[in-house]
Design a protein around this ligand. Structure first.
Ligand code: PLP
Length: 422
């Protein structure tokens, strides 16, 4: 690589960055009067400057039209969510009809498990990764108990090998084959939140389908970060949040994907509500449920427009840039951060290691050998917003939309200072 650990080299990389101008399209917090170096786009993405306009529009319509806004706002509220399906389908590699926006992530995963986790006395096991995101663990346990089963007999966790920081695809596939005709569901986080690993979604999905299980993915850390081809991979279902790499604001609406083979089926098990019924007969208030032809059949309530508006604003930017360009920048800036980390580690005589494997998005997880929390706090005080995970890990995610190569260089200098001074 042609990288150098100098300000000049970093600025040169910025000058040739095709996405350079997008940095100015976001609001950055300030520390000590200066724009922060923001590494937590994997937790809460920065606010795009155009978001305010989308939210104001809804607020104004509400003030001026009140209930009439449902049908007569410029973007009517009753089908506001439909505007997101097409641009979002491109981000996740799905057909437009396979995508919908509603609720929040864990809620959607629960709803999708109602449809896709249908345990029988023989086939009732769930495969997930060990130490899955806590919300997912609580979800698995409560779903299993809801069906009258025992989590300990039912939830099969894939382990990492001793001394290794990542999961091996062959171990996952071997476990799928071992559980075989007792396997009801495979549901894994597509990108692991802790080590940043990207799972081999295509072969894992194929292996799960081959033994007769349903396969879903929690894409919280994947969407807007890595290339996804959910439809072509034959994934049954997936869900993700909008507030991490998709920059749509705290706790805002989540997206779902349901494979087309499950659409347009009256008999398919689902928890239903009035917004899942066919639009043209919805307000006839009939007792029979007629599902929407697309993934909107999983809609339950009328859409939370104020929480969807920022998602629409964000998707406009994803539409303008495209995942391909975003991934190109991601690869380069993450490689540059990796280079800087190696340089600093050499200069300070080895203080940490990167535990993220080569299959990764933009997140690098750094395991600190000596200093822990005090070093992290030093970083935070000096304008670096990163995040801390027990026991001794700092997660760094240089989101390609708004992080600069100069940020990476400056971070390296602050890190070095912190290690040498503390
Ligand atoms: C962030 C994240 C969640 C968050 O769930 P919410 O329901 O949006 O609070 C769930 N699962 C994973 C894997 C996550 O990374």
């Amino acid at each position: 690589m042609d990288f150098e650990n100098t300000l000049e080299a970093a600025q040169k990389l910025d000058a040739s960055d095709a996405l350079r101008k997008y940095r100015d399209e976001f609001h950055f917090p300030k520390v000590n009067g200066e724009q922060v170096i923001y590494f937590t786009g994997n937790s809460l993405g920065l606010q795009p400057k155009n978001t305010q306009k989308y939210v104001d529009e809804v607020m104004t319509d509400w003030a001026q039209l009140a209930v009439e806004g449902h049908f007569h706002a410029e973007k009517p509220w009753w089908d506001y969510h439909e505007r997101l399906a097409e641009p979002l389908a491109k981000v996740v590699g799905a057909k437009t009809e396979e995508v919908s926006v509603m609720n929040t992530l864990t809620v959607n995963l629960h709803f999708l498990m109602v449809s896709f986790y249908r345990p029988t006395s023989k086939r009732n096991k769930i495969i997930c990764e060990e130490k899955a995101f806590p919300s997912d663990q609580y979800m698995f346990q409560s779903q299993v108990k809801f069906h009258g089963l025992n989590p300990e007999d039912t939830i099969v966790e894939i382990k990492k090998r001793d001394g290794e920081h990542f999961w091996r695809t062959e171990d996952i596939i071997a476990k799928i084959n071992e559980v075989g005709d007792e396997l009801a569901l495979v549901l894994i986080g597509g990108v692991n939140y802790y080590n940043g690993q990207v799972f081999d979604m295509q072969p894992i999905t194929k292996a799960g389908k081959k033994v007769g299980a349903n396969v879903g993915w929690d894409l919280a850390h994947a969407v807007g970060n890595i290339a996804l081809e959910l439809h072509d991979w034959g994934v049954d279902f997936a869900a993700w949040c909008s507030y991490k790499y998709m920059n749509s604001g705290p706790g805002n609406a989540s997206g779902i994907y349901v494979n087309e083979q499950y659409l347009n089926r009256n008999d398919f098990p689902r928890f239903e509500g009035w917004w899942g019924t066919k639009k043209n007969t919805r307000f006839l208030m009939k007792p029979e449920f007629e599902p929407m032809e697309n993934a909107d059949a999983w809609q339950v309530s009328n859409p939370p427009v104020l929480s969807i508006a920022p998602y629409l604003a964000s998707l406009e930017m994803f539409e303008a840039v495209g995942m391909e360009a975003l991934i190109k920048k991601r690869n380069r800036i993450t490689a540059y951060l990796e280079f800087i980390l190696h340089e600093i580690d050499r200069e300070v005589d080895s203080a940490f290691e990167i535990i993220t494997p080569k299959d990764r998005g933009c997140q690098l997880s750094v395991f600190l050998h000596g200093q822990g929390r005090p070093l992290f706090e030093y970083l935070m005080k000096n304008g670096v917003i990163a995040d801390w995970r027990e026991p001794n890990v700092i997660r760094l995610a240089p989101a390609p939309f708004y992080c600069s190569f100069e940020d990476m260089y400056r971070f390296g200098q602050i890190l070095k200072h912190g290690i040498l001074e503390y």
